[in-house]
Ligand binder design. Structure first.
Ligand SMILES: NC(=O)c1ccc[n+]([C@@H]2O[C@H](COP(=O)([O-])OP(=O)(O)OC[C@H]3O[C@@H](n4cnc5c(N)ncnc54)[C@H](O)[C@@H]3O)[C@@H](O)[C@H]2O)c1
Ligand SMILES: O=P(O)(O)OC[C@@H](O)[C@@H](O)[C@H](O)[C@H](O)CO
Length: 384
């Protein structure tokens, strides 16, 4: 049986990537720091995925097991050495940490003369996430091993889309997901023959796919979260029932549409249909997705290459005034959550240095940048 190693047995890991890989005939070994989840995967060897729709369908994902990355280094090296695919959905900030584990496994495979053609694919909400991961892995390899690894291992970027909320089940492994899913992988960087995996689309150029996804699904989500929380909502579907919030989300997405259609010469009608589909996904009444999850890690979301600042800044460079994006960024700067380290750091930075410097630092922009000036003006008007 083909072996896949997936880092991150969390929501998207179990709810989407693991399910696709298992169906494609892989034995999937999840790697996680959460020992309870890993123990359960090893005990059960399968888990249930529930589809959040009127039909309430579900299916079982088989051929899965787990490795606790903090304590099972040798087993992890041996498993990586046998793998023909390594994937990850741990969150962009964690890629640096798993790079060390992947590098150790690849170096072990090379030393044992087991290194074969394989691919490493990061499945994160981040532009060029695999390129970033590859750079971090390379930093842990000596020149000889690095050369061997780069000749055998492919590092394709990818875009993954499926809404998987925080789970609240008695069973630790059961995961509820929305019906929609999309996994797009960069074909030119794939080493070896292109596999036929149901649910995976290989494309020549990933940029339009990852940017379309990040600047529609994730920008829309961010707007609902930051504006919805100010209005006292808790979940995405309930916030979308508020006509004013829905209208603001539509305005935000018409701004990102303007940017995407212009940059990638997309067909405006087809793109409008894509946006409408995304909005209907936000309204799914069978999915209870918390705004605190969707707005999590505000410093990451306010960074330069991310879902808010990147399109807003690009539109301003074209002489446009992306008012709905500016409103969303201003609302994001009010995001407070005592369980979110980035929210705590953001509020501490605002308190210590003022909103102008806090936002400029987060977005890596000068304090006199036009976007910073526009956001600071709106910030004062946003409800606290
Ligand atoms: N949930 C979604 O709707 C969704 C959809 C598409 C993409 N994504 C992206 O997928 C990534 C993960 O999101 P999620 O919602 O599944 O988060 P999650 O918190 O549910 O899962 C992340 C998992 O990574 C594990 N982890 C943390 N540090 C680790 C380490 N050093 N080694 C191994 N595992 C480690 C955590 O224990 C957790 O199980 C993010 O980049 C997110 O943007 C999420
Ligand atoms: O995972 P984040 O924090 O980058 O973004 C939060 C949500 O927008 C995200 O997880 C979506 O649910 C997902 O990207 C849908 O494919």
């Amino acid at each position: 049986m083909k072996q896949a190693v997936h880092f991150g047995a969390g929501n998207i890991g179990r709810g989407f990537i693991g399910a696709i890989l298992s169906k494609a005939g892989y034995q999937v070994t999840f790697v996680d720091v959460n020992k309870a989840v890993i123990d359960e995967l090893n005990e059960k060897g399968s888990y249930t995925v529930q589809i959040a729709s009127a039909e309430q369908a579900s299916f079982v994902v088989e051929n899965v097991s787990g490795i606790h990355s903090s304590s099972e280094h040798e087993r992890l090296n041996e498993t990586i050495a046998k793998a023909s695919l390594i994937t990850a959905s741990v969150g962009p900030n964690i890629l640096t940490h798993i790079a060390k584990d992947i590098a150790a496994g690849l170096a072990y495979a090379e030393e044992q003369s087991m290194l074969k053609e394989l691919n490493v694919v990061a499945c994160e909400n981040m532009i060029q996430a695999t390129d970033f991961l590859r750079g971090e892995i390379e930093g842990h390899l000596n020149d000889t091993i690095k050369e061997r690894v780069l000749s055998k291992v492919g590092f394709p970027n990818s875009a993954v889309d499926r809404i998987v909320p925080i789970q609240h089940h008695d069973d630790l492994l059961t995961v509820q997901v929305e019906p929609f899913f999309e996994w797009v992988v960069e074909e030119p960087s794939w080493k070896g023959s292109i596999p036929n995996m149901e649910g995976v689309q290989f494309v020549e150029d990933l940029s339009p796919f990852i940017e379309r996804k990040l600047l529609t699904v994730n920008t829309g989500h961010a707007a609902i979260a930051y504006i919805g929380l100010q209005e006292g909502y808790v979940t995405v579907d309930r916030a979308m029932e508020n006509a004013a919030i829905k209208e603001k989300v539509e305005q935000v997405l018409s701004e990102t549409s303007e940017f995407l259609v212009g940059k990638y010469e997309l067909d405006p009608e087809q793109h409008k249909a894509y946006v409408n589909k995304i909005i209907s996904r936000f309204e799914n009444p069978y999915l209870s997705d918390e705004l605190s999850r969707v707005g999590r890690s505000p410093l990451r979301k306010l960074s330069a290459k991310e879902r808010l600042v990147y399109p807003a800044r690009a539109l301003m460079e074209q002489g446009r005034e992306p008012n709905a994006l500016i409103d969303t960024i201003a609302a994001a700067l009010h995001f407070k959550n005592e369980e979110d380290q980035e929210a705590i750091a953001l509020q501490a930075a605002i308190e210590e240095h003022g909103v102008k410097k806090a936002f400029a630092d987060a977005a890596d922009l000068p304090e006199d940048d036009v976007l910073v000036v526009a956001v600071v003006r709106k910030y004062a008007a946003a409800v606290r």
